[in-house]
Write a protein that binds this ligand. Structure first.
Ligand code: FAD
Length: 285
């Protein structure tokens, strides 16, 4: 189908974008890589009066690595992250998860901001953001506000973003040396959205026990979630087989997977159990 008629602008500053969004409200929509917005327009699922292209806005494509953690500008693409040498050591979990996203062509265009704004419950980046207690910087005419990722995602394809707001940055806390981690997902074909996916990490204290365990899941609830019950099983343990099995059971009991034409609820619940078990074994090995 053809796009509906809309006006198109390509501002050259963030101030200009913000002014347009303040003026036009939900009649305007921003365009990042177009990987979802263009099909949405073509299928007439949205009909904005104005499309505001972010491609010429400076500063949104920066990847920053420092002692405070990793900062990803909203227009950073999957391929930028994949090929950034500093990120591989600064945040290996993030890079590992990114490699599961879509296909080569989509990874050349899809962006951090577009993924966070879409809030697909099976998307990798929102899952990493929630699992890692990341923050999302959001700009509007009133200035910048910072939302915790866990508060930002409200449900399937639903966020706390207002029509006059734009995501500018994702901020991930620093990743210490020696952290144990794994990211695993299951999709029907390589590059498809996952039926379910799991991110785990923990640090090891002087006594060899796990501490600060984070276990997050995608594709098994209406939004990415951390699984506190499973985390508590691992925390303070030596991450042996018994604790791993108990954490996997706790994880599968904590999720409330949707049923759709890809997989029934019980199948996704079983996947979560298997993926948590395998991810913890991988992290511990
Ligand atoms: C075939 C295919 C397979 C895919 N597989 C996966 C997958 O396996 N895993 C995965 O995670 N994703 C997957 N995706 C999604 C893809 O990776 C992108 O995340 C998604 O399409 C968003 O694309 P985009 O960044 O180009 O944003 P756009 O399509 O340009 O925008 C998407 C939405 O986000 C809004 N938006 C964009 N940037 C901002 C911003 N800075 N602030 C506020 N709102 C903003 C737009 O207004 C629009 O509503 C897939 C997409 C396709 C087409």
């Amino acid at each position: 189908m053809k796009f509906p008629a809309f006006d198109y602008v390509s501002p050259t500053s963030l101030d200009e974008v913000v002014a347009l969004l303040e003026e036009r409200g939900d009649a305007a929509t921003v365009l990042a890589g177009g990987q979802s917005l263009l099909p949405i327009l073509a299928f007439r699922l949205a009909a904005p009066e104005l499309v505001v292209d972010l491609k010429n806005v400076p500063g949104l494509d920066l990847i920053g690595v420092g002692s405070e953690g990793v900062r990803l500008g909203a227009r950073v693409r999957w391929c930028d992250m994949e090929h950034d040498a500093t990120l591989a050591t600064a945040h290996p979990l993030l890079v590992a998860a990114t490699r599961h996203i879509a296909h080569y062509q989509v990874r050349n265009r899809g962006t951090v901001g577009g993924s966070l704004a879409l809030a697909d419950p099976a998307a990798e980046l929102p899952g990493i953001a929630v699992t890692c207690d990341a923050e999302i910087a959001i700009t509007s005419g009133s200035g910048e506000r910072v939302a915790k990722a866990d508060d930002f995602f409200l449900g399937s394809m639903t966020t706390g973003l207002e029509p006059n707001e734009i995501i500018t940055e994702l901020r991930l806390p620093a990743w210490p040396d020696g952290r144990r981690w794994a990211f695993l997902e299951f999709a029907r074909r390589r590059g498809d959205f996952a039926l379910a996916g799991v991110a785990v990490f923990y640090d090891v204290d002087a006594g060899g026990q796990a501490t600060g365990t984070h276990i997050g899941v995608i594709g098994a609830s209406d939004r990415p979630r951390r699984l506190g019950a499973a985390e508590r099983v691992i925390d303070g343990s030596g991450v042996g087989d018994e604790a791993i099995e108990a954490a996997a059971v706790a994880a599968s009991e904590a999720v409330d997977p949707m049923q759709d034409f890809h997989a029934p609820t019980d199948y996704r619940r079983g996947l979560v159990k298997t993926l948590v078990e395998r991810a913890l074994k991988q992290a511990a090995s």
